[in-house]
Write a protein that binds this ligand. Structure first.
Ligand SMILES: O=c1[nH]c(=O)c2[nH]c(=O)[nH]c2[nH]1
Length: 297
């Protein structure tokens, strides 16, 4: 028989949809999450022998996600940390894992008397994300956001690129720059006010998007990373995955009309896909905690 060894493996429950309402007063709070729990450790006998004595059921993991919401969420990072510490603390052979969440944004509906106590409208385009990675004594937290749509209608250009026989793109010093930012940033410590830092990183990302003339989306990502790493010493690294959502000037000349960058065709595909990681000098360029996080280079 061919000898086979077990390589990397993890398992758990994916995409547990948890909604936690805090209703201690008439003014309710909502926390709406999509949680994934993945355990790593010694699961050899389950794979090789059909012996499940180490297999904490994915159903049990799902139930634990709900049960822990009873104590409140607070921030996705703290909630995932509690879950990760529970599984690694409770079961000797669980030596690590990955706990991840998306948190959806709800805002209070502006009603006649002001922001409503218990009625909400989905807010913004973006989703907050968090990942807690545990490997033995190492715990690393990666926060982020996805699908934060931004656009600037000028102060962007693209010139100076190589021209070959396949190049048709005209140079421009005035175009629309539009993208949907997915970013993840890695903390270098875990005792953080996660909600406060999240709100500030979001603010800094948006402010730095507006700030300088953009020579390329690549160049704007650098501006955004520079601003975040400067404002937040507790962050060592930020990674981006950003589609360049092309807006093409429509040729209106057949209709006898000029079009000085006023009417655009917003193409949804194909799109440029610009991805980059920016790190504080000296930080680990290949930190273990990114393993299993898809969608980034
Ligand atoms: O900001 C840009 N970066 C590129 O790499 C690129 N390539 C392209 O065709 N247009 C753009 N725009």
């Amino acid at each position: 028989m061919t000898n086979i060894i077990l390589g990397k493996n993890q398992y758990g429950k994916a995409e547990v949809r948890v909604v936690r309402i805090t209703r201690d007063t008439d003014r309710h709070e909502i926390e709406d999450l999509n949680v994934t729990s993945q355990l790593r450790g010694d699961f050899d006998s389950a794979h090789f022998d059909g012996n499940n004595e180490h297999v904490v059921a994915t159903d049990t993991q799902k139930n634990t996600v709900f049960a822990f919401a009873k104590d409140g969420v607070g921030s996705p990072e703290e909630y995932l940390l509690r879950l990760g510490r529970h599984f690694t603390g409770e079961f000797d052979w669980v030596t690590g894992g990955r706990w991840a969440a998306e948190q959806y944004t709800w805002q209070r509906i502006e009603a006649e008397g002001g922001p409503h106590d218990h009625s909400f409208v989905a807010g913004g385009t973006e989703t907050r994300t968090a990942v807690v990675q545990i490997d033995g004594d190492d715990t690393t937290i990666i926060a982020g956001l996805q699908d934060l749509k931004v656009l600037k209608s000028t102060e962007s250009g693209f010139v100076g690129y190589p021209k070959d026989r396949y190049t048709t793109l005209p140079e421009t010093t005035d175009r629309i720059l539009a993208t949907s930012v997915t970013a993840k940033w890695r903390y270098n410590r875990n005792d953080i006010d996660f909600n406060e830092v999240y709100a500030d990183v979001r603010r800094v990302l948006l402010a730095s998007f507006t700030k300088n003339y953009s020579y390329a989306l690549q160049n704007t990502l650098y501006d955004m990373a520079q601003a975040v790493l400067e404002a937040h010493p507790e962050i060592d690294e930020i990674r981006f995955s950003t589609p360049n959502s092309h807006h093409f000037v429509v040729d209106l000349s057949p209709f006898g009309l000029e079009n000085p960058n006023e009417v655009f065709f917003a193409a949804d595909r194909p799109y440029g896909l610009i991805e980059a990681a920016f790190l504080r000098e000296g930080a680990d360029t290949d930190h273990w905690s990114w393993s299993g996080i898809a969608g980034f280079c």
